[in-house]
Design a protein around this ligand. Structure first.
Ligand code: PEP
Length: 249
């Protein structure tokens, strides 16, 4: 269960939320938990979470190691700040900051070279869904964002995919479990074809888009949904923790 805080929470609010999460009883044999705070909160989150099984991700990064890239953060900087993972290609990055799948491919490659696990986001817009282009868009995003790896037909170990239909992000409109399952299953088929059977079977695929305590169980009951990327509902301890503990009850 991955929490994407986006550009939210002050340092103090973040500290309070992480303290609550840290205190909670979580069965780490049943669930992996990760938080993606804003850059400036990463070192203090790392401090607070040391000694716990909760992992930390950056929300974005540049693909170069260093240089004249004002306002950017390198893969190594994220590692130094305590990140094990990095979210790449989030639809907000694609739409608001004009990131193309080619740029995202560079970032995925740089993350892997630095030993960060990418959480690669893909997903169609409402218009694309209504025009029945969902599978074409998802295929194209996968092909282009993983171009460096499909050449050699080896997907980096542990790479995580997140299917996030853009029309479901922050809108309160969740994809139905069936709609999400259908695309997750399509993604597994694509992975099988582009890489191999095991890659298709074993790759972790998260669903993201208005995940809440009241819809997580049904989503997690789908055979091809392995977890969730959670935005809004990850900003409060009670809602995030009841999603994390979906396995109870
Ligand atoms: C997200 O930002 O990745 C996301 C899924 O947001 P929300 O849960 O708020 O829809």
């Amino acid at each position: 269960m991955a929490a994407n805080w986006k550009m939210n929470l002050s340092l103090y609010e973040a500290g309070d939320l992480l303290t609550e999460i840290k205190k909670a009883e979580i069965d780490f044999n049943r669930v992996d938990v990760l938080v993606a705070p804003p850059f400036t909160t990463l070192p203090s989150a790392h401090n607070l979470l040391s000694g716990t099984a909760i992992q930390i991700a950056g929300q974005n990064m540049h693909w170069e190691e260093a240089g004249a890239f004002t306002g950017e953060v390198s893969p190594l900087m994220l590692k130094e700040a305590g990140c094990t993972h990095v979210i790449l290609g989030h639809s907000e990055r694609r739409a608001l900051f004009f990131e193309t799948s080619t740029i995202i491919n560079n970032k995925v490659a740089a993350a892997v070279n630095t030993g960060l696990i990418p959480i690669l986001c893909i997903g169609e817009s409402l218009q694309q869904r209504e025009e029945k282009k969902t599978f074409d868009i998802v295929r194209e995003q996968l092909q282009e964002s993983l171009h460096s790896f499909s050449q050699g037909a080896v997907l980096p170990e542990g790479l995580i995919l997140a299917y996030e239909p853009v029309w479901a992000i922050g809108t309160g409109k969740t994809a139905s479990p069936q709609q999400a399952q259908e695309v997750h299953s399509f993604i597994r088929d694509w992975l099988r074809e582009a890489f191999d059977k095991n890659t298709g079977r074993l790759t972790t695929i998260l669903y993201g888009g208005s995940v809440r305590p009241d819809n997580i169980k049904e989503l997690m009951a789908q055979p091809d949904i392995d977890g969730a990327l959670i935005g809004g509902a990850s900003l409060k301890a009670d809602s995030f923790l009841s999603i994390v503990r979906f396995y109870e009850g």
